[in-house]
Design a protein around this ligand. Structure first.
Ligand code: 5GP
Length: 190
């Protein structure tokens, strides 16, 4: 997605060789028009898959997952990251390391929102080591639903997450692929 690359070049902040801050477009501030564009891009890539639910994880996956779900005309569900007093006790739970927080967190998704007839599209903002996505994949498998694919806004190719999911036979599509972060700025893979 060319516009997204331009926005990343203009507004992304390289925090280290591993971490790109995208607070201005993905992780804090949300640009509704750009987000809807992302939604349309994923919806068209997965249009033939008969998706019945879009699943993401709070919080940064929510706007783009909402946009995809709106385009596909299906519900969007987000896994919560930790127990709250109102958490549904009848939930799927997967413990995953959090890339940004440096701790483990529990992903929780109430069982009543995913059924085995569902055809699920997973959406997330950025993939690094793939722990968040793998946790969601496990939840889909626990629910015996069908995973049709994974849509990621920004794939960091120099970390192993995206490739490890593809190696499992999962269809993973990203809108932008980053080869490296460093003194030369953000280098895109294609
Ligand atoms: P993973 O589980 O794939 O290691 O990390 C994915 C999660 O960590 C994403 O939901 C994303 O929000 C966050 N994350 C991973 N890498 C980055 C990064 O370079 N920048 C930002 N802002 N978030 C990241």
């Amino acid at each position: 997605m060319e516009e997204l690359k331009q926005r990343i070049k203009l507004e992304g902040v390289i925090a280290s060789q591993q971490v790109l801050k995208l607070d201005a477009i993905l992780n804090h501030q949300v640009d509704p028009a750009l987000t809807m564009e992302m939604g349309r891009a994923f919806a068209s890539r997965f249009a033939a898959e008969g998706v019945t639910k879009v699943v993401t994880v709070e919080s940064s996956g929510i706007p783009v997952a909402f946009a995809v779900a709106l385009e596909l005309g299906v519900p969007m569900i987000f896994a919560r990251r930790k127990k709250t007093l109102l958490a549904d006790p009848d939930s799927y739970v997967e413990r995953v390391p959090s890339f940004t927080k440096g701790i483990v967190t529990d992903l929780m998704l109430p069982k009543r929102f995913i059924k085995k007839e569902d055809r699920v599209l997973l959406i997330d903002d950025i993939i690094a080591n793939g722990d968040a996505a793998r946790g969601l994949v496990k939840i889909i498998h626990s629910a015996e639903a069908t995973l049709v694919g994974v849509g990621i806004v920004v794939e960091k190719c120099f970390q192993s997450g995206a490739q490890s999911l593809r190696d499992q036979g999962i269809r993973l599509e990203s809108l932008v692929r980053i080869q490296s972060l460093g003194e030369e700025g953000v280098v895109f893979a294609d």
